[in-house]
Write a protein that binds this ligand. Structure first.
Ligand SMILES: [Zn+2]
Length: 199
């Protein structure tokens, strides 16, 4: 007997997600299906709430209102912006002594021509450039990964300096080349922030 269509559709959609194969999608759905009703309802409710999150109009981090909690916080240093390629890097940076604002790119540049992301990243870069000029931002801290795509993205963003007088720094190489920030421990990332160098 074939599997019901809603299950097949969901398995297909999940299998296309990072970290999932078709087998992984099946395991996830099997696990979910075996949960009691309360757990399943909790999951659905959390997922629905997640779906209604917005992107902050200023920095593209997750936001429940027009602006995220960082952009709404006047006690933060309004003259520094830390550029990350994923919103999930921000909680790591928060473990350092950094107290400025953020800007989230839409992924990283990959491959020779920048991959599919190049257009959206270029748009974000233009937006960031305007923000730097209008808000008189003094320092841009580049916190992209130390991988080839992270380095290419950092160079791409750094071109902003041609149009705006700004200090640009990059996290120090406490990392091995090829390291992903998301896998770094709090001590390494703290030291990388404190020892950041001009870029
Ligand atoms: Zn924001």
């Amino acid at each position: 007997m074939p599997l019901p269509k809603p299950l097949v559709d969901l398995r297909f959609l999940i299998s296309k997600m990072p970290g999932f194969s078709e087998k992984g999608a099946e395991r996830f759905l099997d696990f979910w299906w075996r949960q009691d009703e309360k757990n399943r309802n909790d999951f659905s409710e959390a997922w629905n709430k997640f779906r209604t999150l917005n992107f902050c109009k200023q920095c593209f981090f997750f936001a429940e209102d027009q602006l995220c909690s960082f952009c709404q916080d006047n006690s933060r240093d309004q003259k520094k912006i830390c550029v990350v390629s994923s919103p999930f890097i921000i909680p790591l940076i928060e473990k350092t002594n950094y107290s400025g604002l953020y800007f989230v790119l839409d992924g990283e540049i990959t491959g020779k021509n920048g991959g599919k992301q190049i257009l959206t990243i270029r748009k974000r870069r233009d937006y960031l450039k305007n923000r730097i000029i209008s808000e008189k931002i003094q320092e841009l801290v580049l916190a992209t990964d130390f991988t080839s795509s992270g380095e290419a993205t950092a160079f791409f963003i750094q071109e902003i300096a041609k149009a705006a007088p700004i200090k640009i720094s990059r996290l120090a190489r406490g990392f091995q080349s090829g390291d992903l920030l998301s896998y770094s421990d709090p001590i390494t990332i703290k030291s990388a922030m404190e020892n950041r160098t001009s870029f």
